[in-house]
Structure formats: structure tokens, C-alpha cells
Design a protein around this ligand. Structure first.
Ligand code: ZN
Length: 284
């Protein structure tokens, strides 16, 4: 029953992404409280893994988080509050990643809502519910909000401020520049600038991008804004038939990820968390 509810949730998410894709190109980032490093400036790339939730493509979610952990690379995960907490495997993996300092947790809505449909008070309440739940499970309130469907407006930013959130990640269509500096609204804005996959433009298939395409988007983000945020979904790394997903790894897409991570390294870029972008990336 719960699984079906989650499947329904993700199907809704996919349909929403399709609509979004017609209107936009773009995306965003995230962060945990304590571990900020005031290091040298870098040309930084943050990876954001959206849609972390119980009992959905469980092996694929864990495999992706583990891939970053095995390489000793940080990763920011967007957790859907109301879908998280029951699945012992997912919850313990996230807890361990946080404790090891490699996973940064972001608020990704309560039921993966399109926040722009709600008033500021409603948006604030939805963010608060997820932050409270994650505080109960993980022991801290996330400082990052990754907007479901990348949809944000000024009320979202005010709601984020209400919830002591510091970083908002949407996309460059919904959240216009400037980026990379704290704005008058008191937030850092780090939209998605690249993706490893997305829904096809006709909404019929979930595409996995090759590493050259993602790498060129990363380079453009760094050249134009001084940072890059790469959005990943478990869906492009799962075997799939149209929009029917199986919890088995798409090995070809994992090879693309391997080549992408190597290219980033060869280019001299550094991978950080979304929250660390504020301290590490160069303003342009
Ligand atoms: Zn999402």
C-alpha cells in the first residue's frame, strides 16, 4: 500500500517534470548544518540527487549514494519529507552518510508539492513539516531547500527564510540571476545548471544523458556563474521501459557517470556539497 502510494507520488512527479520541461531549461543545489569548510576558492561542482524516499528504486538510490561515498565525494540529497522514515535501508544509509560527513541533506518538500501553487504561509508550513521530521530522524534541520519541479517564487524565498533555510536550489528559469552571493532576501541561490538525465520532451521516456552533454553544461555553468550544480534522479540510473522503472541498475548510465566524474577531475574542477558552494566557488 505504502509502496503504491509512493509509486503514485513519483508518477505525479514525472508528469510534473514533463510539464516543466515544456516551459524551461535549468535546475539547482543543497546542505547540512555543521560542516562548512572555509578553504581555497575553487571552480566547484555540486551534485544534487533528488527524490530520496522510502521503498522506491531502493537499490538504485543506495547504489548512487554509495558510488559517491566509495569515491570519497560529497553529495547533496533531496529528501521528500512525508515519504521518508519507514524504509530502514534507505534511512540507515542516509544516517550513515551524514555521520561520515559525505551526505548533505536537503528539504525536497513534504509530498513533492509544486510550491508556487501555495501561499507563503502554506509554503512555510510544508517546509517546516519536512524540517521537523528530518530533525526527529536525523537530528538536524536542513539548511537547503531543493524545490520540487524546480518551481519557486518570492513567497518560496520568504518561506525559506521563515524556516532558517540558507540555500535554495531551483532552476535558472524560475530563479533568475544573480547567483553565488547572498541576496537581499538573505538566501544563497544555487540553481541547477546541468543534469544527468530528464524526461523526454514528449513526456514518454526518461532519458539518460551522455557525459559529454552534462560536462558541457557544467563548463558553461562555471564559465558564466562560477559554479555548477548537477541534478540527478534515481530514474535515469534505473532500467526502464518508457516510464516504467525497475530497481535494477542501468550499467550504461553508470558508466556515463564514471566518465563524467573523471572528466570533472581532469578539468581541474572540484566536487563540493551544494552548501559549500557559498564558501568555495569563485564569483565571476
Ligand atoms: Zn523531485
Amino acid at each position: 500500500m505504502r509502496k503504491e502510494e509512493n509509486m503514485k507520488g513519483i508518477a505525479f512527479a514525472v508528469a510534473g517534470c514533463a510539464m516543466l520541461l515544456l516551459a524551461t531549461v535549468g535546475a539547482a543545489p543543497s546542505f547540512n548544518a555543521q560542516q562548512q569548510t572555509l578553504g581555497e576558492k575553487c571552480r566547484c561542482v555540486a551534485f544534487r540527487l533528488d527524490d530520496i524516499q522510502d521503498y522506491y528504486l531502493q537499490g538504485t538510490q543506495i547504489r548512487l549514494m554509495d558510488e559517491f561515498e566509495r569515491r570519497n565525494l560529497p553529495l547533496t540529497v533531496g529528501v521528500i519529507g512525508n515519504y521518508f522514515g519507514q524504509d530502514e535501508k534507505i534511512v540507515s544509509f542516509v544516517k550513515e552518510g551524514v555521520a561520515a560527513g559525505r551526505l548533505e541533506v536537503a528539504n525536497h518538500g513534504w509530498n513533492h508539492e509544486r510550491f508556487t501553487l501555495y501561499s507563503q504561509t502554506e509554503q512555510s508550513d510544508l517546509m517546516a513539516k519536512t524540517n521537523e521530521k528530518l530533525n526527529n530522524i536525523l537530528g538536524f534541520r536542513p539548511l537547503i531547500f531543493i524545490a520540487p519541479y524546480n518551481a519557486v517564487n518570492d513567497k518560496t524565498f520568504a518561506a525559506a527564510k521563515d524556516n532558517a533555510i540558507l540555500y535554495v536550489s531551483a532552476n535558472m528559469t524560475f530563479d533568475k540571476p544573480p547567483y553565488n552571493n547572498k541576496r537581499d532576501d538573505g538566501l544563497w541561490h544555487y540553481p541547477e545548471t546541468a543534469e544527468t538525465g530528464d524526461l523526454s520532451s514528449d513526456g514518454a521516456r526518461w532519458l539518460g544523458y551522455d557525459h559529454e552533454k552534462t560536462m558541457s553544461e557544467i563548463k558553461r555553468g562555471i564559465d558564466e556563474n562560477g559554479f555548477a550544480v548537477v541534478t540527478m534522479h534515481p530514474m535515469e540510473f534505473a532500467l526502464r521501459d518508457g516510464l516504467s522503472f525497475h530497481d535494477k541498475l542501468d550499467e550504461k548510465q553508470m558508466q556515463e557517470l564514471d566518465m563524467l566524474l573523471k572528466s570533472i577531475n581532469e578539468q581541474g574542477y572540484e566536487i563540493t556539497t551544494l552548501g559549500d558552494l557559498a564558501w568555495r566557488s569563485e564569483s565571476v
